[in-house]
Design a binder for this molecule. Structure first.
Ligand SMILES: C[S@@+](CC[C@H](N)C(=O)[O-])C[C@H]1O[C@@H](n2cnc3c(N)ncnc32)[C@H](O)[C@@H]1O
Length: 264
């Protein structure tokens, strides 16, 4: 085992034990353990980020009665956890499918979230990602989701395209176009930049810099490019169009830029 992985495993074990007592004494036993919250980014603000995310989705008018939702890269269920708890969402008769390439996250969701809401299901895809699932045998550039055409009203990809390289990004965009219903929406976040200066130096909304600059794609770290991937915005827009999607409304430029896409 590489030293870095060993160090993280020791830290996870230690923090999960401490966190067990923290969750118990603060009445948050139903939250995922520290190591899974840390894995998706946000060990200490799982509740705040999840609640804000749900508020956003509702604020954009994306949550509607009887919807079928697909959450690609659902992690340890931050969205599902909040949908399940939210009084309004519970009245909407939602169906929800969460998919991720991390088997620990999916195992936790299947054990802890699925039994609470029978219309919620989760599945693991053993897809290779250098940063997230280095031993996975399945090629993310060619992966076909085992889900029907035109099955979903809303597909969520929050902080997932920010970890996909070009071919995988294109494949997932095409798969989303295939799985979206005619009026369905893909809610997807990206890191984007206008030019080399912005990629290399960051901007007011996003201080993150991408020193490994390759014209239309840039990485924060060349050794682990999937750790943080940014796309030049005109290139991204052309790619979106070539994958059979169009913008349903203008993007929201924030720390991660939010795109609202529908079938062309
Ligand atoms: C930053 S986390 C975000 C998790 C979740 N969407 C959320 O907002 O809480 C990124 C997630 O994407 C997943 N992921 C990475 N590559 C993926 C791929 N090719 N397909 C599906 N999920 C992927 C990771 O396992 C991880 O759970």
């Amino acid at each position: 085992m590489p030293y870095k992985t060993f160090k993280q495993t020791v830290k996870n074990t230690y923090m999960d034990r401490l966190d067990f007592f923290y969750r118990h004494f603060t009445g948050q036993q139903d939250m995922p353990p520290w190591s899974l919250r840390h894995f998706v980014g946000g060990a200490n603000d799982f509740q705040e980020i999840g609640a804000a995310f749900l508020r956003e989705i509702k604020g954009y008018g994306l949550l509607k009665k009887d919807m079928n939702i697909l959450d690609i890269g659902c992690g340890c269920g931050r969205m599902a956890y909040h949908l399940e708890k939210d009084a309004e969402a519970r009245t909407l008769n939602l169906r929800y499918t969460g998919m991720d390439i991390d088997h620990r996250c999916i195992a936790w969701c299947q054990k802890n979230l699925a039994p609470k809401t029978p219309a919620f299901q989760f599945f693991h895809a053993n897809i290779h990602s250098e940063s997230y699932n280095p031993r996975g045998p399945v090629n993310e550039n060619e992966y076909r989701f085992p889900l029907d055409d035109e099955a979903f009203d809303l597909i969520i990809m929050s902080s997932v395209y920010t970890h996909l390289l070009e071919q995988a990004m294109q494949n997932y965009l095409k798969e989303c176009a295939r799985m979206l219903q005619k009026d369905g929406i893909l809610y997807a976040t990206f890191f984007t930049y206008q030019d080399e200066h912005e990629a290399r130096n960051g901007s007011a909304r996003r201080p993150l810099i991408y020193p490994c600059y390759h014209e239309h794609i840039a990485f924060a770290n060349e050794t682990f490019p999937e750790a943080a991937v940014a796309y030049q915005i005109d290139y991204l827009r052309k790619t979106i169009a070539s994958c059979g999607l169009v913008e349903e409304r203008p993007p929201v430029f924030a720390y991660q830029d939010i795109f609202f896409l529908k079938r062309a």
